[in-house]
Design a protein around this ligand. Sequence first.
Ligand code: DHB
Ligand code: FE
Length: 280
Amino acid sequence: MARITAGVATSHVPAIGAAIDNGKTREPYWQPVLAGYDFSKRWIDAQKPDVVLLVYNDHASTFSLDIVPTFAIGCGESFKPADEGWGPRPVPEVQGHPELAAHIAQSVIQQDFDLTIINKMDVDHGLTVPLSLMFGQPQAWPCRVIPFAVNVVLYPPPSGRRCYELGRALRRAVESFDEDLNVQVWGTGGMSHQLQGPRAGLINREWDNHWLDRLIDDPEPLSRLPHIEYVREAGSEGVELVMWLIMRGALDTRVEVIHRFYHVPASNTAVGHVILENAK
Ligand code: DHB
Ligand code: FE
């Protein structure tokens, strides 16, 4: 059977992608950001996941305001990097896993979560920057990736509670797939940041780190945090953090912290990153 072997969470700042693509990662501004992922690259190289179920948000790249699905699963063979205004990032195409994705869609929809099925789409920095942070700059991504898009751009995003429960449903789906696959679930976006309005530039280190503590040790009550607290404490884009709760819901209540990193600033964002495994 397929197994979920780990959860990974990371911020997805587009400027990190630009720094990697333009050879600037040794600059004093970027070096400490990338240093937080040195361990992670070695760890994932040893883990060799077959598939990453990558929970991310599209930033009006594939979904315009014409159609905004709350939850959408990429069931296609492959997904190209999106052109976000400066041409597509020079990173490999993402190879999907249509069989597992279709199984997850079937299982999760039967568990009463409505998913939009996407057979063709481009993937933006929300998905490609986490891949670059974890895998560096390979010729081809070393595993299959199932894009799982969550609306956190147009109000209302799904509640943290629903995201956490969805994580549980995804776990049941993966664990009922009849092939021996090493699957990781990633939650991306966050941590505190606000890109517009009078509070643009907001960062809240204390709140972010307390949120991380609760994500690790006490996820149930954390999942009940209302949106307004994310927006007030972590800024309007801080609400991207609900996607981390999908990853967390796919793991056991007790987890082991394999790696934890926090750094400010990266562009306008507080970068957070954790690797979690079910406690032995
Ligand atoms: C930034 C952060 C984001 O999450 C995003 O989607 C776009 C920009 C930033 O910090 O610049
Ligand atoms: Fe974002």
